[in-house]
Design a protein. Structure first.
Length: 288
């Protein structure tokens, strides 16, 4: 993938605008925008380039069929169990042009057609760079390629109607159902995710809800019940994926010299997994 590291700041121009839209005061990170060359800022803002962490071809993981999953850099959440803290800052990604990525999509079009796959945009948080997501999804639909957005929904207000019109599936992370637990897990507020989920439901966009089960953090019965209640009110949710916590990301935290809050935490056992899955099934949801 042709790419050049241009040393981006940790929050892109579109995010500064989104912060203003949702009534947030721009942070010191957003103030770094002033350091960007005007042309670099304009290219990110209009979606002709993106800050990309990595990409891979996967099967039956990030949506149906064989998929090209594109991981964009930048995220405002600081989830305790994040296994990719190296995606948090946009400045750490590689600037890649929309044209280069569309060329790559065309190369795999036959694979997508044969398997019912397509493109998944993940991160980080892809809605840190909404103009790029909008434009590449438009290109996908011109090519007849299925589109999926993997998001926390926290920046859902930045998703334009055009973006949603070209969106076939959302992998929506509902990280907790209780507001205080969500804040503990992510450092942010739950409400924007609820608002984005409501918006997706109104438009009838299919959703696969995801919930990461962490013993001692997200596994409380009332927290899981709250997640199940939230998800069950959205008729467009096709399935719920209960994802067991793992420690595969701890070494990245160590390499980045970031204190890891879940050192020593263990994955959920089969009994806990089944209890949580049953809480979702009790709401009539299809659970994986």
């Amino acid at each position: 993938m042709p790419a050049v590291n241009l040393g981006l700041p940790s929050v892109g121009p579109a995010v500064a605008l989104v912060a203003l839209e949702i009534g947030k005061t721009p942070s010191t990170e957003q103030a770094e925008l002033a350091e960007l060359h005007h042309l670099e800022m304009e290219a990110i803002h209009n979606g002709s380039v993106a800050s990309v962490h990595s990409w891979e071809l996967v099967t039956a993981v990030d949506g149906p069929g064989t998929r090209m999953t594109l991981f964009l850099s930048g995220c405002l959440l600081r989830c305790q169990y994040c296994h990719n803290p190296d995606t948090w800052k946009m400045r750490d990604g590689l600037i890649t042009t929309l044209d280069d990525l569309v060329t790559r999509l065309k190369r795999y079009k036959g694979v997508f057609d044969a398997t019912g796959g397509g493109l998944t945009i993940s991160g980080g948080e892809p809605l840190m760079q909404p103009a790029f997501v909008e434009r590449i999804f438009e290109e996908c639909h011109k090519l007849g390629v299925h589109t999926t957005l993997d998001t926390s929904g926290f920046l859902g207000k930045s998703a334009s109607e055009t973006l949603l019109d070209n969106l076939d599936l959302v992998l929506l992370d509902v990280k907790s159902g209780l507001h205080e637990t969500y804040k503990e897990v992510t450092g942010r507020e739950l409400q924007p995710t609820l608002d984005f989920g409501d918006r997706l439901a109104e438009k009838g966009i299919p959703v696969w809800a995801r919930f990461v089960l962490v013993p001692g953090l997200t596994d409380a019965v009332d927290n899981v019940d709250a997640v199940a209640e939230i998800v069950s009110r959205w008729p467009n949710v096709e399935r719920v994926e209960v994802l067991p916590f793992h420690q595969m990301g701890e070494d990245k935290w160590d390499r980045l010299e970031i204190p890891y809050p879940l050192h020593g935490a263990t994955p959920p056992d089969k009994e806990l997994l089944e209890r949580v899955r049953e809480q979702f099934r009790a709401r009539g949801l299809t659970v994986f």
